[in-house]
Design a protein around this ligand. Structure first.
Ligand code: FMN
Length: 206
C-alpha cells in the first residue's frame, strides 16, 4: 500500500477573529511551492475533543471509548507529517492544541513535525514548550523553527495583513523547515543530521 504523503497543518488557535487561518494558508502555499508534498489544513474547531472524557491513558493503549477520539486518532495516524502553526498565548501555546495532543499518544510517535509560531515576539517561548512536549511524544521535529513577529497594529487593532507582503522576510526560513520536513518524509535525511536530531530530542526532555 502506498504511504500517504499528506502533511497536516494543525492550527493552534480556535479563537474568534483569529489570525491563524491566514497565516496557516500562507504556510501551506509556501509548502506547495517548495516541496512535492500535499498539504491539508486541520482546524481544531472541527475536531471537538472534550477534555477529560476518556478514562484510559493513551500511552497505555487503553481502547478509546469516544467516537471523536477514535476519529482523531485515525486522522492523525494517516498524516505523513504535521506542521503546528500556532500563536503564543501568555508565553505558552493554546490549551486547545495541548488538548488535541494529549488525546492521543502513539499516533504522534516518529511523526515528522515542523513548528511555526507567531506572536508579538515571534512566539519563541511557545515554540520551545511545544518542542519539549513533542519530544515527550517522540515526534521527529525538524531543527528549523520559523517564528513570525506580528505588528502591534495586527495584535491590538486587528489590522488586516497580507502575509506574502508583510511576512516575506520569514519565507526562506519557512521553506527551510518544510524542505527539512519533506526530507524526513522521504527518508532523505543525512544520517548525521538524524543522529543530531535524536540527540536534540533527548536533550530537550531535560
Ligand atoms: C490569550 C492571549 C494571550 C497572548 N499572549 C501573548 C504572548 O504571550 N506573547 C505574544 O507575543 N503575543 C501574545 N498574544 C498576542 C497573539 O500573539 C496575537 O493576538 C495573535 O494574533 C493570536 O493568534 P490568533 O489570532 O490566531 O488567535 C496573546 C493573545 C491572546 C489572545
Amino acid at each position: 500500500m502506498q504511504q500517504s504523503k499528506d502533511v497536516f497543518l494543525i492550527m493552534g488557535s480556535t479563537r474568534m477573529g483569529r489570525n491563524c487561518p491566514a497565516i496557516t494558508s500562507w504556510v501551506a502555499e509556501i509548502g506547495k511551492g517548495c516541496t512535492d508534498l500535499s498539504y491539508e489544513i486541520i482546524d481544531l474547531c472541527n475536531w471537538h475533543l472534550p477534555m477529560d472524557d476518556e478514562d484510559g491513558l493513551p500511552a497505555l493503549r487503553t481502547p478509546y471509548r469516544r467516537e471523536h477520539t477514535r476519529a482523531w486518532s485515525g486522522k492523525v495516524a494517516s498524516a505523513a507529517a504535521v506542521v503546528f502553526v500556532t500563536p503564543q498565548y501568555n508565553w505558552g501555546y493554546p490549551a486547545v492544541l495541548k488538548n488535541s495532543l494529549d488525546h492521543l499518544y502513539h499516533e504522534w510517535r516518529d511523526k515528522p513535525t515542523a513548528i511555526v509560531t507567531y506572536g508579538g515576539h515571534g512566539g519563541t517561548r511557545c515554540a520551545k514548550q511545544l518542542r519539549q512536549v513533542a519530544a515527550s511524544l517522540k515526534m521527529s521535529v525538524v531543527s528549523t523553527s520559523p517564528t513570525i513577529t506580528l505588528s502591534d497594529a495586527v495584535i491590538r487593532e486587528n489590522a488586516p495583513f497580507i502575509p506574502d507582503r508583510e511576512f516575506l522576510q520569514y519565507k526562506p526560513k519557512i521553506q527551510s523547515a518544510l524542505r527539512e520536513l519533506a526530507d524526513k518524509v522521504h527518508g532523505r535525511e543525512h544520517p548525521a543530521k538524524r543522529l543530531l536530531g535524536e540527540a536534540r530530542r533527548l536533550l530537550s526532555a531535560f
